[in-house]
Design a protein around this ligand. Structure first.
Ligand code: HEM
Length: 133
C-alpha cells in the first residue's frame, strides 16, 4: 500500500498541474449518471471543484492514518450519510470511474498499473465512508 500511495501522489501532482484536470473530473462525474447530475444540480461548481481537489488529497493520505486526512474523511462520511446528502454506496463507483478517466487524460504517465494503484488507494476511504451510510 505504501508504494501505491507514493505512485498515486506523484500521479495526482502531474494531473493537477494541468489546468483542465479538475474541470474534466467534475464534468465526467456530472455526466456519469442522471443521479449524480440530480444530486449536484444546485451546487456551485467552482466551489465544489476546489473542495474536491482538497478532498482527493485527503483520500490519498487516509490509508496511512494521517490525522488531518482521517478527520476530513470522517466529516465526508457524516455529510454523505443517509440522513444528510444521502449518497448511496453504489454511487461511489461513478466518482472513482470519473476520477480514473480524468487521470488517464491528464497524467502522461498513466497506465494500467497506476490505475490499479489508484483504485486500491481510493477504495480505502470509500469503504470507510460507505460503512457509515
Ligand atoms: C470518495 C468520494 C467523495 C468525496 C471524497 C467527496 C467529497 C465531498 C466534499 C469534500 C464535499 C463538500 C463538503 C461536504 O459537504 O462534506 C462534498 C459535497 C457533496 N458531495 Fe461528495 N464526495 C464524494 C462522493 C460523492 C458522490 C459519489 C456523490 C454522489 C452524487 C457526492 C455528492 C455530493 C453532494 C451532493 C455534495 C454537496 C454539494 C453542495 O454543497 O452543493 N459526493 N463531497
Amino acid at each position: 500500500m505504501k508504494e501505491d500511495i507514493s505512485k498515486v501522489r506523484l500521479s495526482y501532482g502531474r494531473a493537477i498541474s494541468r489546468r483542465q484536470f479538475m474541470n474534466r473530473f467534475y464534468e465526467l462525474f456530472m455526466n456519469s449518471s442522471p443521479i449524480v447530475a440530480h444530486k449536484l444540480a444546485a451546487t456551485d461548481i467552482e466551489k465544489q471543484q476546489e473542495l474536491l481537489s482538497q478532498a482527493v488529497n485527503m483520500v490519498i493520505l487516509f490509508p496511512q492514518g494521517n490525522k488531518i486526512a482521517t478527520n476530513a474523511i470522517k466529516r465526508i462520511r457524516e455529510s454523505h450519510h443517509r440522513d444528510g446528502l444521502d449518497i448511496k454506496p453504489e454511487y461511489y463507483s461513478f466518482w472513482v470511474d470519473s476520477l480514473v478517466m480524468a487521470l488517464a487524460e491528464h497524467d502522461p504517465e498513466f497506465d494500467n498499473e497506476l490505475e490499479q494503484a489508484w483504485r486500491k488507494v481510493v477504495q480505502n476511504a470509500i469503504d470507510y465512508i460507505v460503512e457509515g451510510y
